[in-house]
Design a protein around this ligand. Sequence first.
Ligand code: IMP
Ligand code: MG
Length: 177
Amino acid sequence: MNTPPTLFSEEEIASQVTVLATEIDEAYADADLLVLIGVLKGSFIFLADLARKLTIPHRVEFIAVSSYGTRESETADSVRLLMDVRHPVVGEHVLLVEDIVDTGHTLAYLKRLLGARNPASLKTCTLLHKPDRTEEEVELDFLGFTIPDVWVVGYGLDYAERYRTLPYIGELPPEMR
Ligand code: IMP
Ligand code: MG
């Protein structure tokens, strides 16, 4: 199998994850507990690395969504909830952890869904952002990298379920799709 060219190496990712963990540690220094909610499937590797770098007390939850669409590389026009979190988040500090924000529809949907449950606070942490693709503005409180409008894979991100466990983030050229 050909491997996609590197956009961010393992070392670059690891150092940016450390920066994010430090920012999050500082932002929630006074909170009793932080609830990290990873958005499946894409965020599972990022969340695992990020959570292990945090020094503040935290709990890990997952939520799963899918976007409607038929194309392999479909991003969200409308979002469907596949699996909810297992505990109420009322009165808790919630941090949504996402792999990538593309149009913004997924994160906007999740902020509305969880915001309606009256958490003490609700913020977002996303590893990657494609600002050129924005259709719905969502505040990105903690952001790893801004990227151009390219399809990226690896470190949790897939193309039709392929490349998800590449250790680095690669840019998938059209001829590899
Ligand atoms: P949004 O709702 O359009 O912001 O899309 C968010 C979701 O689309 C992400 O959580 C990913 O699952 C998927 N996505 C968007 N761009 C990419 C990409 O470049 N590689 C892999 N998945 C992507
Ligand atoms: Mg995702």
